[in-house]
Ligand binder design. Structure first.
Ligand code: AMP
Length: 280
């Protein structure tokens, strides 16, 4: 496994690997890696001859400076975790190579207005930052396949819709969410929670499951109300709990309005913001 710091080291190593002749899989991350990230890496290794994982805590996708400052950073542990996976390269990009001063272009592609709802509403500018960093990383790496967790379902849709407008022949692949034994979605942010907070955070997935369990049995409004109450009782501060058409991300209020559903939730606990969703 080669550790590339900056674009020059990356290109030198990729030339040695003769990448032009090979299929390249790419997994972008912000580090503080866990079994969820490893699932993406495994999927890529299965599908491709060469897999590259990037680690970069991207400032432009944080609307809250203190969230960016507190984001866990753990390069040493991340490298140790990736060492025996079969990964070809870990890429630590330089911020000034991703965001050169002479390159103002942002990847502002949002035909379907996905940038401004849910995560976009509560984190203004978030998806412009995400799309820009991901497209710049695609420029650096030129992958054939790129892997994103369905854990960040809205992000997955945003990238899937934007990519074909900038890169032909690049497949965006969604990987199912990895959860702990109680159902809590693994997240780098979980590292900032105490044991009791981690247990209380399970109310998020409980509220999401309630949509699939009560599908067409209870009115959506009732499920939302009960879910919000259940989360608040556990000390969570929910920002949104909705069910949407999984293809368009249009919120629905009636079961007849969609065939494929995604329930989405964001909530704070102990000052940490968690998101999760369930496709059903
Ligand atoms: P992050 O480092 O949080 O930006 O995440 C990097 C990638 O890992 C994103 O595509 C996430 O959706 C994905 N990811 C994060 N947590 C999980 C999880 N629990 N299961 C599957 N994928 C995940």
């Amino acid at each position: 496994m080669f550790i590339a710091r900056g674009i020059q080291q990356l290109n030198q190593h990729l030339n040695k690997l003769n990448v032009k002749e090979k299929s390249v899989g790419f997994v972008p991350t912000m580090g503080a890696l866990h079994a969820g990230h490893l699932e993406l890496v495994k999927s890529s290794i299965k599908d491709n001859e060469i897999t590259i994982c990037s680690i970069f805590v991207n400032p432009t996708q944080f609307n809250d400076k203190s969230d960016f400052d507190k984001y866990p950073r753990n390069d040493y542990d991340d490298i140790a975790l990736l060492k025996d996976t079969g990964l070809a390269v870990i890429y630590f990009p330089n911020a000034d190579e991703l965001y050169p001063k002479n390159k103002a272009e942002l990847f502002d592609y949002d035909d379907e207005k996905l940038f401004s709802v849910f995560e976009g509403e509560f984190r203004p500018g978030h998806f412009l930052g995400v799309t820009t960093v991901v497209m710049r990383l695609f420029e650096h790496i030129k992958p054939n396949n790129a892997y994103f967790g369905l854990k960040d379902y809205q992000q997955y849709l945003v990238i899937k819709r934007a990519t074909p407008h900038f890169f032909r022949n690049l497949n965006i692949i969604g990987v199912p969410t990895v959860r702990n034994e109680s159902g809590l979605a693994l997240s780098s942010r979980n590292a900032r929670l105490s044991k009791p907070e981690l247990i209380n955070a399970e109310a998020i997935v409980g509220s999401l499951r309630s949509f699939s369990q009560n599908k067409r049995k209870l009115p959506i409004g009732t499920i939302v109300k009960n879910g919000m109450t259940a989360m608040k009782e556990k000390g969570l501060e929910p920002e949104y709990l909705v069910v949407c058409n999984a293809d368009t991300l249009q919120e629905i209020s009636n079961w007849d309005e969609a065939d494929n559903y995604v329930a989405l939730c964001a909530a704070f606990i102990g000052g940490v913001r968690l998101i999760d969703n369930l496709l059903f």
